[in-house]
Write a protein that binds this ligand. Structure first.
Ligand SMILES: CC(C)(COP(=O)(O)OP(=O)(O)OC[C@H]1O[C@@H](n2cnc3c(N)ncnc32)[C@H](O)[C@@H]1OP(=O)(O)O)[C@@H](O)C(=O)NCCC(=O)NCCS
Length: 171
């Protein structure tokens, strides 16, 4: 049985587990590296989780198979008076063993619902590596539209990757 719930600072261990798994399993899908993530201390992770949990316009969701975390996605509202009508979807990940079963879709739905319930957010943005067809299809299924491409957005040992920018207008 799959469930999804919002996490906060009390779920530090769960967050560290699922985010590290994402960066380990799909290093090319994210801007952050596993090494960089593991270098951060708990105080830094806790500060991030606390800030998101305290903001009614942001959220970090984790999907569970019974008690086991098997996916995550985050919504973070932008800061500053001219930016805070926008939020970013980040960190979308489903464990390889659980893909293709609709859990990624459930998480995107949660993110969109949270953005709508916020009342302050009019559009959700995201970036996705240009060859990540599964993720692009997932986002398009929910109405996200491509509005641009950033050439050579990411640099890794494998070379450069372009990133596609997508947006979903909810208001
Ligand atoms: C992208 C990802 C989150 C999808 O999760 P998922 O749970 O498998 O997704 P779902 O089962 O809900 O499928 C949703 C849609 O995604 C698309 N999709 C999923 N797997 C696909 C595949 N192998 N090929 C093409 N499209 C695919 C389809 O449009 C699918 O909708 P449909 O079933 O109605 O056709 C998952 O593959 C993942 O974690 N990938 C690695 C991390 C990553 O790339 N994150 C995105 C960073 S921007």
């Amino acid at each position: 049985m799959f469930t999804i719930r919002q996490i906060g600072p009390e779920d530090l261990a769960i967050y560290k587990l699922i985010r590290a798994s994402a960066l380990k399993n799909n290093p090319d899908a994210f801007g952050q590296t596993l090494e960089n993530f593991l270098m951060r201390d708990d105080k830094t992770h806790l500060a991030g989780l606390t800030k998101t949990a305290a903001d009614p316009h942001s959220a970090t969701f984790v999907a569970f198979d019974d008690e086991t975390p098997i996916g995550m996605a985050g919504l973070v509202r932008q800061e500053g008076p001219k930016m805070r009508h926008k939020a970013f979807l980040w960190g979308m990940f489903i464990e390889p063993s659980h893909r293709g079963r609709g859990i990624g879709s459930m998480l995107v739905e949660k993110i969109i619902d949270a953005a709508k319930e916020s009342g302050a957010i009019i559009q959700v943005h995201l970036t996705v590596v240009s060859n990540n067809i599964e993720a692009i299809r997932l986002y398009e299924k929910f109405g996200f539209q491509i509005w641009g491409t950033e050439p050579r957005a990411l640099k890794s040992l494998n070379g450069y990757s372009d990133e596609i920018h997508m947006v979903l207008k909810i208001l």
